[in-house]
Design a protein around this ligand. Structure first.
Ligand code: CAA
Length: 395
């Protein structure tokens, strides 16, 4: 067992040969194109660098894995859905090298999957080729100040006016706010109907009435922020699926993306283990390498075992989806819940092993420590994953 991303002994049973080829190509890209990039120091730097990374990922051909073959994406996988194992392979390798690059790839998936699942031909043709090339950046706008975990509580309104919807309201904690070219917006077309009153609309960033309000600054630089709609007119042709089907579309999208969040957690944990192993073998204290101390060995053993378990759950969920399972709600919730919690412990142990140097902002484990925390919250908190799993058991 090593800390290398995608140990074939561990996940081989779930992968096809082309996934291993993809892992090798992505690891080589990460080493040459991503690891040398200077870490973004602030929100402005993260915004600039996320567009730069998008271009690099597009040129290298990796963004094609966010879109199925039928709509211009890569040939692997089911014809009308992205190959989820390929997405997980990429998120694991990218997250190990650069949490920002992982986020850029993830949002191309999160912001394009609703179009793939429920968009009309014209809207898919307009946006999906640009998602693949990296010329178009996507965002997924569900969360509001009063609607986070309770996603059905969205207050942004969409009122039908002839062949348009008029949007009023606002969203916050939106990744790519202010840099995206379009937003998949979940708005209420029928407030009395709760989750059955939500409708998904594609809102281009240059639509009059749409504004980027302000950045929301994270400890690990990330392009996050608030957006608002005021009399923002969006053609009915930009609706994804039927009116009132938005909540289910959001949940179907999250079911697939949650497995990839687990993969990103595995990537961060794998990098943390790699850093911890290297440091434990090099660093000498009391006349011997740290790795000779049994308390350090115990940590390393636990980190490697938890990472292995997390990978197995992750690729099991992705393989079930690629195998044609109608829903992978349970599998994805188990993978996200376990992998993100385990990654937090693994990264924390890595910081402990690296010691004082591990809390310097310039050290990779400090960056991972700041980046890994959000994974237990976004796309459904750990607590929500517990409820989803228990609900499935008790049904
Ligand atoms: N797939 C398809 N349909 C689903 C579904 C799924 N996974 N989950 C629920 N549904 C359907 C149900 O069948 C039900 O349909 P009917 O109305 O026909 O009966 C409908 O949706 C409502 O479902 P529930 O009654 O189960 O909804 P609920 O309100 O009780 O609970 C929840 C849902 C699990 C708590 C859900 O709200 C949830 O997952 N919350 C977390 C939200 C979340 O993940 N937010 C993250 C924001 S996005 C983000 O984080 C992006 C980012 O940072 C980059």
């Amino acid at each position: 067992m090593s800390g290398e991303p995608l140990d074939p002994v561990v996940v081989g049973a779930y992968l096809a040969p082309h996934h291993h080829e993809l892992a090798r190509a992505a690891a080589s890209f990460a080493a040459t194109a991503l690891r040398p990039l200077p870490a973004a120091q602030d929100d402005v730097g993260a915004r600039r660098q996320s567009r730069e990374i998008l271009g690099l990922l597009g040129e290298a051909g990796f963004l094609g894995h966010a879109v199925p073959q039928a709509f211009g994406g890569c040939a692997a996988g089911p014809p009308d859905l992205p190959d989820l194992r390929a997405c997980c392979v990429l998120r694991e390798v990218l997250a190990a090298a650069s949490p920002l690059a992982d986020s850029v790839f993830a949002l191309q998936g999160l912001g394009s999957l609703p179009l793939t699942l429920a968009g009309g031909e014209a809207i898919r043709r307009r946006y999906l080729p640009g998602i693949v090339s990296g010329q178009v950046m996507a965002a997924f706008a569900l969360t509001e100040p009063e609607a986070g975990t309770d996603a059905a509580g969205v207050r942004t309104r969409a009122v039908r006016d002839g062949d348009h919807y008029v949007l009023d309201g606002g969203k916050h904690l939106i990744t790519n706010a202010g840099v995206a070219d379009y937003y998949v917006v979940f708005a209420s077309t029928d407030p009395a109907a709760g989750s059955r009153g939500l409708t998904a609309l594609v809102v281009p960033a240059d639509t009059p009435g749409f504004t980027f309000v302000r950045a929301q600054v994270l400890s690990e630089p990330h392009p996050l922020g608030e957006i608002a709609f005021e009399g923002c007119r969006v053609p009915v042709s930009h609706r994804l699926g039927a009116e009132g089907e938005g909540f289910k579309l959001a949940m179907r999208t999250l079911d697939r993306l949650r497995a990839t969040v687990a993969a990103a957690a595995c990537g961060m944990a794998a990098r943390a283990l790699e850093e911890a192993l290297a440091h434990a073998q090099e660093r000498r204290q009391f006349g011997q390498p740290l790795a000779d101390f049994q308390l350090i060995q115990q940590k390393l053993a636990r980190m490697a075992t938890e990472l292995t378990a997390a990978r197995l759950l992750t690729f099991r969920a992705a393989a079930a989806a690629d195998g044609g399972a109608e829903r992978v709600t349970q599998e994805a919730a188990m993978a996200k819940m376990y992998a993100t919690e385990a990654a937090q412990r693994i990264v924390d142990d890595a910081v402990q092993i690296v010691g004082g140097r591990g809390v310097l902002m310039s050290h990779p484990v400090d960056r991972l420590y700041r980046a890994v925390r959000a994974l237990r919250i976004y796309e459904g908190t750990t607590e929500i994953q517990h409820l989803v799993i228990a609900r499935g058991l008790l049904q």
